[in-house]
Ligand binder design. Structure first.
Ligand SMILES: Cc1cc2nc3c(=O)[nH]c(=O)nc-3n(C[C@H](O)[C@H](O)[C@H](O)COP(=O)(O)OP(=O)(O)OC[C@H]3O[C@@H](n4cnc5c(N)ncnc54)[C@H](O)[C@@H]3O)c2cc1C
Length: 376
């Protein structure tokens, strides 16, 4: 065996897995097809450190997110990764929406989210004078993180614990051996190389279903097929950005496809609106990231409901992120899939499928879960 563990994918989850495996003494290699880490979903998201309020009782998302929230703040402090535990408001704009925030408060308390507070309109206005609502929930443990610096810190930890991280190398195919796997890889120079490992962690993000299929998993039978769903973000003029000091979310979408068009603030104090949601699995892949400016009006109206100072010409196009969803249109919310595949005759293969939000928050929690349960 060349390595004990081979990780496919250098997004935040793959890098966290590399740090966790290497620091537990496993000989580890991570391969990434791009020239650097985090070129896909991990650098195209809201950069929010989620609290765990939204997810159903005992789901992996709930069980991993609540401790990951606290652990991530500690990790950032110890590793000089920029963060801001700024807190968040979930606002009810109409009296009908008050029922939704009451349910969220209950779910958050079941999940163990600390210090959730119900706020009247007047209390909410004291905290955020420019936000209009009939009531709100304050979740102090929500914050924001510099996702690039976080990934870099996981990579540095992985390398200093002995892991190899190689870029410009794409996984092509696999041969199952008696005690592991031989992977055929393609270097950006065009050269093909082979590496073998006892354990393979598939953290291929939007390609994780295709990678599982290469290993021989029937992805429809397994429920692993991904239905990519894209979300646009618009940036708000800095003069208006200054009017907000916490993250502001509406009540979540009834379709459970996203959390609703929210307000986030990045490291530079820049406010962003988004993401919206659109399934794009039937769109050519090279158009997923093509920005559709005609959505501006929809964004403006969605956020103007609770941020009345906003004007249409404050908005300019920002970015698009694509969610790796196992939830197809019309389905209810789905959990992360973290699966060791002995039951499919593939011992040592760990598939990480549908790692959408809160995957940035939970990356190290997912890595710990994988190592504790499956890398033995
Ligand atoms: C719009 C949006 C907003 C979000 N907001 C938040 C948020 O605020 N907070 C939060 O916690 N989470 C959020 N998320 C979720 C979070 O961004 C993801 O869960 C996380 O980034 C997933 O990381 P990953 O490493 O699994 O995937 P990725 O970052 O997609 O990494 C997968 C990597 O695998 C590589 N790869 C694929 N195939 C191959 C191959 N054959 N060979 C080699 N390499 C390969 C890819 O190139 C890629 O770099 C959001 C997601 C989206 C889309």
């Amino acid at each position: 065996m060349d390595f004990e563990v081979l990780i496919i994918g250098g997004g935040v989850v793959g890098l966290a897995c590399a740090a966790e495996c290497a620091s537990n003494g496993f000989s580890t290699i991570l391969i990434e097809r791009h020239d650097s880490f985090g070129q896909e979903t991990s650098s195209r998201n809201s950069e929010v450190i989620h609290s765990g309020i939204y997810y159903s009782t005992n789901s992996l998302k709930a069980n991993l997110c609540v401790p990951s929230n606290n652990n991530l703040y500690s990790f950032c402090k110890e590793n000089n990764v920029w963060f801001n535990r700024c807190g968040k408001l979930i606002v009810a704009v109409t009296t009908e929406e008050e029922e939704d925030i009451a349910k969220l408060q209950e779910q958050g308390e079941i999940n163990g989210v600390p210090e959730i507070q119900f706020l009247t309109a007047r209390q909410a206005r004291t905290l955020e004078p420019n936000i209009e609502c009939v009531s709100a929930l304050l979740i102090p443990s929500t914050g924001i993180v510099d996702s690039h610096a976080l990934m870099k810190a996981y990579m540095v930890e992985a390398k200093s614990s002995g892991a190899e991280i190689i870029f410009g190398v794409e996984f092509l195919s696999v041969i199952k051996k008696m005690d592991g796997y031989k992977l055929l890889l393609n270097e950006s120079s065009g050269e093909e190389i082979e590496l073998s490992a006892k354990f393979v962690i598939n953290s291929g993000g939007l390609a994780a279903d295709k990678i599982a299929e290469q290993f021989g998993v029937n992805i429809d039978e397994a429920g692993y097929r991904l239905y990519p769903n894209r979300g646009h973000y618009f940036r708000v003029a800095l003069s208006i950005s200054k009017l907000i000091s916490r993250l502001i979310y509406p009540v979540p979408l009834k379709s459970h496809v996203g959390l609703g068009m929210h307000i986030t603030i990045d490291k530079s104090g820049q406010v962003k609106l988004g993401p919206d949601q659109e399934y794009c699995f039937s769109m050519p892949e090279n158009q997923w990231y093509t920005f559709d400016e005609s959505r501006k009006e929809k964004f403006f109206h969605a956020v103007k409901r609770y941020f009345p100072s906003l004007e249409m010409n404050d908005l300019s196009p920002d970015q698009i992120g694509v969610r790796p969803k196992v939830q197809k249109p019309g389905d209810g919310a789905k959990d992360f899939i973290i699966s060791e595949e002995s039951k499919r005759g593939l011992p040592g293969l760990v598939n990480l499928i549908g790692i959408e939000s809160p995957g940035l928050t939970c990356a190290r929690g997912i890595a710990r879960y994988v190592v504790e349960n499956f890398i033995k």
